[in-house]
Design a protein around this ligand. Sequence first.
Ligand SMILES: Nc1ncnc2c1ncn2[C@@H]1O[C@H](COP(=O)(O)OP(=O)(O)OP(=O)(O)O)[C@@H](O)[C@H]1O
Ligand SMILES: [Mg+2]
Length: 361
Amino acid sequence: MTNAQREQGISKTLQDLPEPEIGRTLGQLDMLKGVRVGDDGTVHVAIELPTPAYPGRERITMAVEQKLQSAHLLNGSRLDVAFSATVRGKNAGGTLGLRIANIIAVGSGKGGVGKSTIAACLAYGLQHFGARTGLMDADVYGPSIPHLLGVAQAKPAAFEQRTPTGEALTRIEPVNAGGIKTISMGFFINPDQAVVWRGPLLHRAITQFLKDTDWGELDYLVIDLPPGTGDVALTLSQSVGLAGAVVVCTPQQVALLDAVKAISMYRQVKIPILGMVENMSGEIFGRGGTRHKAQELGVPFLGEIPIEADIRIKGDEGKTAALFNEGSPARPHLLAMCQQTSLEIARQLLESPSMPTLEIL
Ligand SMILES: Nc1ncnc2c1ncn2[C@@H]1O[C@H](COP(=O)(O)OP(=O)(O)OP(=O)(O)O)[C@@H](O)[C@H]1O
Ligand SMILES: [Mg+2]
């Protein structure tokens, strides 16, 4: 058998190998990027992961080895599996001129359950794995992202850009908070100023944040939604094709009921549900209620974040990023939540690669 024939045989066999996290074959996920048999007989397999936050590299390597062994395609040769990651997404902000693969909304039915904290942690966690990430604060009434990220005093710069047709556009430079590009109404108002928005103005503010901010190319843009009504969710669903919504709730029954309402509201405005996160899980409020509810509602469960004084303290100090430092007790829980969220995005993308968006601007 020539090397070329052997490479072809290996390729064909591996296309049918089930990938352990998403549960599809490497072929279905288009993850197999190359097979080469080296001069010394080593079998080199190149695999492209759908997200850098992919948790199962070793498991893929083991599955590849087993599959090739049992198909008698390795014959004692050395196996070298190399990984790369390319985030795929709906790129659904194209009509707004955005180059963002995936837009994730973080919401809840109830206030104070930790939406903003979870949104900030999703952004930092996805960045931790190597993704290019942004965070948009869509809570124009009570913006808390600047404070959580320690950039409350920042003032984003505005600059002018010419379109190819010579038209002048005002763009906003997002604030860089430890590598996260972020924008918030908090940068434009006094902290003690109350903001009253009517529906159309709110719609305009949100779409302007999306399209006037110079986000550049991003793998993930996380959007922190305000609590309660669906105005902002509706605006988003009409202007971009969201990857989906992460619904945050606490273990208390009342928060769970609110989460159910939130999920039904997102479904009404056709925002896909990525899953539910249980925040403040632990002794006081109990735990596990969200996992149970998610199962009942048929939506994915994305993880449990314990109630932890450190999370509140770091948030108060504007050091949310420090929750990802080695030794931080919240770190493993937060990283697992980010991994599950990015896997769910990849899984759902496979089911509906593109969603039509309604252009109403
Ligand atoms: N897992 C946790 N453990 C301890 N404290 C937490 C946890 N998650 C959030 N908090 C704290 O709870 C408070 C509320 O969190 P956060 O502001 O993120 O909630 P929210 O849902 O965005 O609120 P709002 O509805 O007002 O926007 C903050 O002080 C935050 O630090
Ligand atoms: Mg908030």
